[in-house]
Structures are given as structure tokens and as C-alpha cells.
Write a protein that binds this ligand. Structure first.
Ligand code: MN
Length: 260
């Protein structure tokens, strides 16, 4: 039976993780190692300057899980490095995240970072997110996540690639279907909020409205969600812009390190 490591970035007690835990029971043997608090937007973290602790916890359905003081990517690293024993997971699943991870979100996402940590270790990995910051019904997204997990276990993934899955927050009957997509363009609406501490010194919050996006660019993850489709985006760790290699070579033709 396949061995699946489940983690998330919203914390081990988040209902999105529980829903996916239950759906994955039919796919393989599931072990949960997730952060002990919310790490949303923590990105890809490797904790190097403080110790990590791992504790046993019980999920609301009575199943055992592990919580760590580390980031989502630390949770994957802990298991891969053997904190629970020598057996390596056959699949890493991260989610279900509360909120979509589309476009440039993937660079902030702790959910996607956990999947990245999996593929860096050579383990096929998927990230699953629900396109709502409020919805509490993760049951459909959990079925989608379990279905994609089954497909990845059956077909495998090339090295250094993961699948980023986003699910519309709609009743199952209102889902338009599934689209395989490319990354779209997020439009962030961050604003800087300045306040004063009790000693009169300024401090700052990065606040603002939730992000929007270019929903009219057909074939993107953002477009798919806006149209009511489940979005599956294959991502690779290689961020090289191959089309620019020759261009930068051309820059160097008349540039000397010695003379600036
Ligand atoms: Mn999150």
C-alpha cells in the first residue's frame, strides 16, 4: 500500500487538512505531519537557527497525527530525514489550503512550498487549495485531491515537478469540469498601514484587500477558477528563463569584468 505524507500550512488542526486526511484513506496509508500553527504565506522555509520539536496529536476524527514547530517545508524535511523512521513517502500531499494558490501566489505559499520540498527530495508531490478564504466545506476539494493523488501514484511525475491543484468553492453540481492550466497573473492590492507603538515609534502592517487576478486570460489557473473549473497546473522547480540565455550572452560580448 502506498505511503502518503500529508501536511499543510494552515496548521494541523485546520479542517481542510482533516477533510483531505479522510479522503486519502481510500488511496493509501496516510501519515500527518503538519505545523502546530498557521504558516500561511511562509514560503519555502528551512529552519536552521532554532530547534524543531515534534509532538503527537489527535485529529477530530480520532486519528493520530504529528505536529511540528517548523514550517510546512520543515515538516516534509523532518519525515524525509527519518524522524518517524526510515520509510520514505511515495507521495507528499499538501492541503487543503484555505484560499487559492494561483499565479505568483506559489512563491509565497507554504502549501506549495511543502510540495516543493517533497520533489526536491525526489518524491512526487501535489498541493491542493480551495478558492475561498471563508468556506468551511472542504468535502468536494478533498475528493478532487484524493483523485489527483491516485492519478499521480498510478502515472508518476517527472523529476523536479509537482501538481498544483485549485478547486472552486462551489457545490459539486456547479463545478464546470477540470482544466490543465498554466500559471496566471495575480494582481495584489497590498497597502502599507503605519501605526505607532506605545513609545511613539512607527510600526507597519502589510494589509489591503485580498488579491485579484487576470481572469480573462484563457488557459490560466486564475481563468479556470473564475469559470468554475478545477485547475491542475504542473509546476517545475527549474525557474530558468531559457529564452533569455542567449540575450544575456549577447550583453556579455562587449562587457568586461575588469573594466565594469
Ligand atoms: Mn494557508
Amino acid at each position: 500500500m502506498s505511503y502518503i505524507l500529508l501536511t499543510n500550512d494552515d496548521g494541523v488542526h485546520h479542517p481542510g487538512l482533516l477533510a483531505l486526511r479522510e479522503a486519502l484513506n481510500s488511496v493509501g496509508e496516510v501519515t500527518v505531519m503538519a505545523p502546530d500553527h498557521n504558516w500561511s504565506a511562509a514560503g519555502h522555509t528551512k529552519t536552521m537557527h532554532k530547534p524543531l520539536r515534534v509532538t503527537s496529536v489527535t485529529l477530530p476524527d480520532g486519528t493520530p497525527a504529528y505536529a511540528s514547530t517548523g514550517a510546512p517545508s520543515d515538516c516534509v524535511a523532518l519525515v524525509v530525514l527519518g524522524v518517524l523512521g526510515p520509510r520514505l513517502p511515495d507521495l507528499v500531499v499538501s492541503g487543503i489550503n484555505q484560499g487559492a494558490n494561483v499565479g505568483q501566489d506559489i512563491t509565497y505559499s507554504g502549501t506549495v512550498a511543502a510540495a516543493m520540498e517533497g520533489v526536491i527530495s525526489g518524491i512526487p508531490s501535489i498541493a491542493v487549495s480551495l478558492d475561498s478564504y471563508e468556506a468551511s466545506d472542504f468535502s468536494y476539494a478533498a475528493q478532487v485531491g484524493a483523485g489527483v493523488a491516485r492519478l499521480v501514484l498510478k502515472h508518476g511525475l517527472p523529476p523536479h515537478t509537482l501538481l498544483n491543484v485549485n478547486v472552486p468553492a462551489r457545490p459539486a453540481g456547479e463545478i464546470a469540469g477540470v482544466r490543465v492550466t498554466r500559471l496566471g497573473r495575480r494582481v495584489y492590492r497590498d497597502v502599507l498601514i503605519e501605526r505607532q507603538d506605545p513609545r511613539g515609534r512607527p510600526y507597519y502592517w502589510i494589509g489591503g484587500e485580498p488579491p485579484g487576478g487576470a481572469a480573462d486570460e484563457e488557459g490560466t489557473d486564475i481563468w479556470a477558477l473564475a469559470q468554475g473549473y478545477v485547475s491542475i497546473t504542473p509546476l517545475r522547480m527549474d525557474m530558468t528563463e531559457y529564452q533569455l540565455l542567449q540575450e544575456i550572452e549577447n550583453w556579455l560580448a562587449d562587457w568586461s569584468l575588469d573594466h565594469g
